[in-house]
Design a protein. Sequence first.
Length: 120
Amino acid sequence: MREEFSAKETWSLECRCCERIWQEGYTVRRLIDGHGREAVIWEQEGEAVQPPWSGVECARCGSSQVSAFPQGEAELGRAALRAEGAARADQEAGRPPEERLYSPVPHRSPAPALLSRGLY
């Protein structure tokens, strides 16, 4: 096998049980064998390891229910997990699923003067 290229990647990981968030760095090596087939090897500190979406356990609680997100996608993943948890709670309580609309405008709380006068 000959090495085509290797790259350093940082992945964000989040435990679905205790909500711990951490990052781990990997070296990803992509190899081509003599028949043109690709092999990908994930390494940490020179040791071959499982990819971040497989076989990671939380150091805090020991759970294997860990979600992995490539660098920059962690916040999107946390939002998806929160929405998934809320939907599961609604389903268990027998409520219909709540549909949330996307707005490109960030939510702003009402002015304090309106709140103090009971106008909002």
